[in-house]
Design a protein around this ligand. Structure first.
Ligand SMILES: Cc1cc2nc3c(=O)[nH]c(=O)nc-3n(C[C@H](O)[C@H](O)[C@H](O)COP(=O)(O)OP(=O)(O)OC[C@H]3O[C@@H](n4cnc5c(N)ncnc54)[C@H](O)[C@@H]3O)c2cc1C
Length: 391
C-alpha cells in the first residue's frame, strides 16, 4: 500500500480545506431532539449543495465518484476544520448508503441514495430485539408474505433516533422452519407512511431519549422493499456490519488524535493531581500519554488498511471487527486518562471537566453498540484468524 499522497490528492486536500473554512457553521449543534435532526439534515444538504457529499459515491447517485482515499482526506480536513458531528445522518450516509450500493436493486438505489446524500432521509436500524442482541440471528420479529406485501409483527429495541427517522432498515424472520441464519429477510420500512408502527422513546439515566423501542402490529410493507432475496437477509446484514465495524467511524478515529494532543498539551501546562510538577514530568502520565499517541497512530494505520482494501475490493472485510474493538477500547483509555489528569478536585471545579466527564461516560457504549467487544473478538478469531468457534 502506498502511503504517500499524489499531487492531485494534495490539491484535493487544499480544495476541501478551503470549502470547509468558508462553510463550516459557527452555530453549535443542538445536543438532541428534533432541533438536532433539523440541524443535521440542513448541514448534510449544505455539503451536498456545495458538491462535497458522498466523495467516494458514484456520480449517478449524487456523489463525486472519487477514491476512498480522497474520502479519507475529506474526513481528516473535516475534523481539522471542527465541522459539526454528522449526528443523525450517520447511519444513512456511513452504513445504509454503502450497503444499498452493494446489495440493493437498481430501483432501490436510484430512489434512496440521492435523498440520503441530500439529507432528505434519516434512517434507523431495526436489528436488536429484547431477546436478540449479540445473538442477532436469534431475532423473532416475524413477517409473512401476503400477496405482494410482507406483514410484520413483533418488537425491536435500542433503535437509535427512531422517533426522528424517515426509514428503517430492518431484519425480520420470514422462515421460522429454516436454520436461524437462513430464514431472515432484510427489508426497508417507510416509518412516516406506514400504519401499525408504535415508536416509544426510552428515557436514559442522563435524561436523554436517544433510543426507542419499536412495536409492529400487522405492519404491511411492499415486497418491493426487500433488499436482496427473501430469506437471504443475513448476507445483506453481514455487508452492513462490515461497514459499521470497518470504516464508518473514520472521522471519529481522526478526531481522537486531536484529543490526545490536547491532553498532552494540558499535561505540559498543568500539574498532576496532588503534585507540584507539571503532569508531563510524572513518569506514569508520560507513559500513558506516549502509549495513547502510539495507539492513535496504530488506529490510523488500521483505518488506512481498511481504505486500501475498499479501494482494491470494493468493500471492507471481517478485519473491521478488530478496528471497531480497538476504536472502542482506545476511546475509553483516552477519556479515562483525561479524567485522571484532571483528578477529583478539578473534575468538580474546572470548566474543562464537563468536556471530559460526559464523553468519558459515553465511551462505554463504544464496546457495546454494533456488536460488543466479546463479539468483535469472536468474529476476528473465527473469520480472520481461522480459530474454532467457542460454541
Ligand atoms: C449506543 C448504542 C446504540 C445502539 N443502537 C442500536 C440501533 O440503532 N439499532 C439496533 O438494532 N441496536 C442498537 N444497539 C443495540 C446493540 O446492537 C446491542 O446492545 C448489542 O448488540 C449487544 O446486545 P445486547 O444489549 O442484547 O447484549 P447481550 O447480547 O445480552 O450481551 C450481554 C453481554 O454478554 C456478552 N455475550 C453475549 N453473547 C456472547 C458470546 N457468544 N460470547 C461471549 N460473550 C457474549 C456480550 O458481549 C455482553 O457483554 C445500540 C446499542 C448502543 C449501546
Amino acid at each position: 500500500m502506498d502511503l504517500t499522497f499524489t499531487t492531485e490528492e494534495k490539491n484535493f486536500r487544499d480544495q476541501v480545506a478551503t470549502w470547509l473554512r468558508e462553510n463550516v457553521t459557527k452555530e453549535e449543534r443542538p445536543p438532541e431532539g428534533i432541533e438536532a435532526a433539523d440541524f443535521d439534515r440542513a448541514w448534510q444538504k449544505k455539503q451536498f449543495d456545495g458538491g462535497w457529499a458522498g466523495i467516494a459515491w458514484p456520480k449517478e447517485y449524487g456523489g463525486r465518484g472519487l477514491s476512498p482515499l480522497q474520502q479519507l482526506i475529506w474526513h481528516e480536513e473535516y475534523v481539522k476544520a471542527r465541522a459539526p458531528y454528522i449526528g443523525m445522518c450517520f447511519l444513512a450516509v456511513n452504513q445504509v448508503g454503502p450497503k444499498l450500493m452493494l446489495e440493493a436493486n437498481a430501483e432501490q438505489r436510484a430512489f434512496h441514495l440521492p435523498s440520503i446524500l441530500r439529507g432528505e432521509s434519516l434512517w434507523c436500524q431495526g436489528y436488536s430485539e429484547p431477546g436478540a442482541g449479540s445473538d442477532l440471528a436469534g431475532l423473532r420479529t416475524k413477517a409473512v408474505v401476503e400477496g405482494d406485501e410482507l406483514v410484520i409483527n413483533g418488537q425491536k429495541v435500542w433503535t437509535s433516533y427512531a422517533q426522528y427517522c424517515d426509514y428503517q432498515e430492518m431484519l425480520v424472520r420470514t422462515d421460522p422452519s429454516a436454520p436461524k441464519h437462513k430464514g431472515i429477510t432484510f427489508v426497508i420500512v417507510d416509518l412516516k407512511n406506514t400504519k401499525g408502527i408504535d415508536i416509544r422513546p426510552l428515557e436514559l439515566m442522563s435524561g436523554g431519549k436517544h433510543f426507542s423501542e419499536v412495536f409492529y402490529d400487522d405492519v404491511r410493507v411492499p415486497l418491493a422493499n426487500v433488499v436482496g432475496s427473501l430469506n437471504d437477509g443475513w448476507k445483506v446484514t453481514v455487508a452492513s456490519l462490515a461497514f459499521e465495524r470497518g470504516t464508518a467511524f473514520m472521522a471519529e478515529q481522526i478526531d481522537m488524535a486531536n484529543k490526545v494532543e490536547g491532553l498532552i498539551q494540558y499535561a505540559k501546562e498543568h500539574p498532576a493531581p496532588g503534585g507540584r510538577k507539571n503532569a508531563i514530568e510524572d513518569d506514569e502520565f508520560r507513559r500513558r500519554l506516549a502509549i495513547l499517541r502510539a495507539e492513535v497512530a496504530a488506529m490510523r494505520a488500521m483505518s488506512l488498511a481498511s481504505v486500501s482494501r475498499i479501494q482494491r475490493e470494493g468493500k471492507p472485510g471481517p478485519e473491521g471487527s478488530l478496528t471497531r474493538l480497538f476504536f472502542g477500547q482506545l476511546t475509553q483509555s483516552i477519556w479515562r486518562t483525561g479524567m485522571d489528569l484532571l483528578g477529583p478536585e478539578r473534575l468538580e471545579l474546572s470548566p474543562m471537566a464537563q468536556g471530559i466527564t460526559h464523553p468519558y461516560l459515553r465511551t462505554f457504549c463504544n464496546t457495546i453498540s454494533g456488536g460488543s467487544a466479546q463479539i468483535q473478538r469472536e468474529v476476528y478469531a473465527t473469520r480472520v484468524l481461522g480459530m474454532p468457534k467457542t460454541r
